[in-house]
Structures are given as structure tokens and as C-alpha cells.
Design a binder for this molecule. Structure first.
Ligand code: SF4
Length: 350
């Protein structure tokens, strides 16, 4: 049975999420006004010691939104990870370039491939790096049972999805009496940390500035719940940040980009309105690192590696053949070598 404190915590969470959802349902103009209030509040709270973390269209729009309010703080980015057309806009907007801690090649060689999702990759990485310390976690990842420290719960979300257990659970076969496969490559959730997060947090530490981020809860992902719980502005010892667009939908973001005449990087094409009034970009809807494998198993074709092949065949060859991405995709059952639309029987073998 749940304790009173657990129930109170749950109710508090539900309440916060309900309030957040209510804000998400406001009309566009009200959400923009709300974003302005939150952005100004953050600026004053920190005496202007802020910066803007810039990547793709969302955060480029945030940068121009803040500038339109007279909030002119340094904009920073690990630009080299972005598409060339995004890098071009960063330069035009005077974004300060931060260097990644390691190269993408080094990260993959040292730690493994960022594939499936950050959460799943983290779990697989535990299984691939067994230590006495992570024994309870590994058991929970295989079985869903949390053991003594987790209150002896079973059937928890800690368990890897069956599909991934079948492919990656092998290192635990002896401990668990299972017959799962062992992948002949490492998987890691550390990539973003070395390439993006650490350079940004180092900048923030060195300068004493806290970031504005272009995050939106409507985009889902692992930060969705934290955004809903903590709202637009969050101040704590571990992390202080502002996400003025937290309650925005994609439509709100694109509308604001149009209103502010934001320069749209070429990789997105242009922002157009369909007959039913829906806004969309004519090329990429979202961008990220060209060789990232997070979410690839859920993407239809042409997927991001197909697009990379079209835009930059040499880079595609490098990642697929020399850096082993092709074999990783084969292993998880994602087609890549044939032309999109031409399905072949695949065997997941390395
Ligand atoms: S988005 Fe993917 S490839 Fe880019 S840094 Fe993060 S994990 Fe690595």
C-alpha cells in the first residue's frame, strides 16, 4: 500500500501536470504573452546573467524572440554538430561557438553507439558494463524486479522492452538463466554529454550564466515530464534554466518564427501553411546530429541516414561502413543499404 507521503507526492504531481496542460490549451497570443513574462522574470531573477543555448529552428526562434524583447544575452552553441545551413545562420546571428569535448568518432569508439533511445541505451550500457555495484539495476533491467533498495517491486518500467532484451540481454544470461543475444558492439547514452551538454555546462560554470532553452513539452522525449513538473522557469542548485516555450505546440513555434521573420536554415526548406491551416516546414521537420541513432527504429523511410546519403554521400559512407553504423542498423532490423521503398529480407547478423 502507498504511504500518505507517496500519495501526497502523486497528487501534487498530478496537480502540476493539470495546470501545465491547461496552459498548453491557451490560444497562441496568450502563450506568447506567457513566454514573454517568464523570459523577463528569469532575466531579472538572475540580474541578466543568462545565455541562450542555440541549436535548430526552435532555439533560433527563441534567440530572436528574446532579442525582440530587448533581452540581449550571449548565444552559444556546439555549432559544428549541426547541419551546414544551421551553422551559417548561427554565424549570421553572432552565436558563440563551443567546442565538443570529444569528436563523434571518439565518443562512438570509446563508449558505443547512441541508438534506440537515451533511456534504453543507458540500460543496455549497464548490462554491457557489469559491476558488483550495478547488480541490482541490471537485475531490474532484465526482470523489472527492483530488489530490496527499490522496495521489492515487480513489473516496473525498469525492465527493457522484450524486443531489446532479446537482442541485448545476453550478458546477463548466466545470472538470470535466460537465452538472449549479445550484441557485438557497445551502446551508450553518453554521446550528448560529451558533445553537447558538458561544453554548455562548462560555459555556464565559467561565466556564471544560466541558459534559456528552446524546449517544448509537446515534443515529448525524456524532458517532457520534467518540463511539466517544473514549468518554464526552474531554479535549483543543480540546474537553473528557463524554457519560455515550454507550453508551445509545434504550430505555435512555427507561427512565432513567421511573426518574427526568423531566418529559416535551408535544411528545413521554408515554413508553409497547408490548406487546412496547418503550418509545416517543407523539408526537415526536425534536425539533430546527422549520425544520431536515437529514435531511428521508429522512423519511416526515407529516414535520417537516407537523407544523409542524399545530401552527403561521402559522410554517409564513412558512418555506415567505416564507423559500423550499417552493422548496428542491421542488428536492430533497420534497413539502410537498399533504396527507400525497396524492402529486402534482412538477417540481423554482424
Ligand atoms: S543528438 Fe545523438 S549524436 Fe547528437 S550528441 Fe546527442 S546522442 Fe550524440
Amino acid at each position: 500500500m502507498k504511504s500518505v507521503i507517496e500519495r501526497m507526492k502523486e497528487e501534487n504531481t498530478e496537480y502540476k501536470i493539470a495546470v501545465f496542460r491547461q496552459k498548453q490549451s491557451l490560444p497562441y497570443e496568450a502563450k506568447v504573452a506567457h513566454a514573454e513574462i517568464r523570459a523577463r522574470e528569469f532575466y531579472h531573477e538572475l540580474d541578466g546573467m543568462c545565455c541562450v543555448s542555440v541549436g535548430g529552428l526552435d532555439s533560433i526562434t527563441l534567440l530572436l524572440f528574446l532579442r525582440s524583447l530587448g533581452i540581449d544575452v550571449p548565444a552559444v552553441s556546439v555549432s559544428s554538430l549541426e547541419d551546414k545551413s544551421i551553422q551559417k545562420i548561427h554565424k549570421e546571428l553572432g552565436v558563440i561557438e563551443l567546442k565538443p569535448l570529444k569528436s563523434k568518432v571518439e565518443v562512438i569508439r570509446e563508449f558505443g553507439y547512441p541508438v534506440i533511445s537515451k533511456e534504453t541505451a543507458g540500460k543496455i550500457s549497464h548490462i554491457q558494463h557489469p559491476t558488483p555495484k550495478n547488480a541490482t539495476v541490471r537485475h531490474a533491467i532484465i526482470t523489472g524486479e527492483t530488489g530490496e533498495y527499490g522496495g521489492f517491486r515487480s513489473g516496473t518500467r525498469m525492465r527493457l522492452a522484450q524486443k531489446w532484451l532479446d537482442l541485448f540481454g545476453g550478458p546477463e544470461n548466466e545470472n538470470e538463466g535466460t537465452h538472449y543475444q549479445t550484441a557485438p558492439f557497445l551502446v551508450s547514452d553518453r554521446c550528448c554529454y560529451y558533445l553537447k551538454e558538458k561544453p554548455c555546462s562548462d560555459y555556464q560554470k565559467q561565466t556564471g550564466r544560466a541558459p534559456y532553452l528552446g524546449l517544448m513539452a509537446s515534443e515529448g522525449g525524456r524532458r517532457q515530464k520534467a518540463l511539466m513538473m517544473h514549468g518554464c522557469n526552474y531554479y535549483s542548485k543543480a540546474s537553473t534554466r528557463s524554457a519560455p516555450f515550454a507550453v508551445f505546440s509545434r504550430q505555435d513555434l512555427l507561427q512565432l518564427a513567421l511573426d518574427l521573420k526568423v531566418p529559416v536554415p535551408e535544411i528545413y526548406g521554408e515554413i508553409v501553411r497547408d490548406e487546412d491551416g496547418t503550418l509545416r516546414t517543407t523539408k526537415a521537420q526536425r534536425t539533430g546530429c546527422s549520425m544520431c541513432g536515437f529514435g531511428i527504429h521508429m522512423e519511416g523511410r526515407p529516414h535520417r541516414f537516407d537523407r544523409l546519403r542524399e545530401n552527403n554521400p561521402r559522410e554517409w559512407e564513412f558512418w555506415m561502413y567505416q564507423m559500423g553504423w550499417g552493422r548496428v542498423l542491421d542488428y536492430i532490423g533497420v534497413e539502410w543499404e537498399n533504396e527507400p521503398g525497396e524492402t529486402i529480407g534482412q538477417t540481423a547478423l554482424w
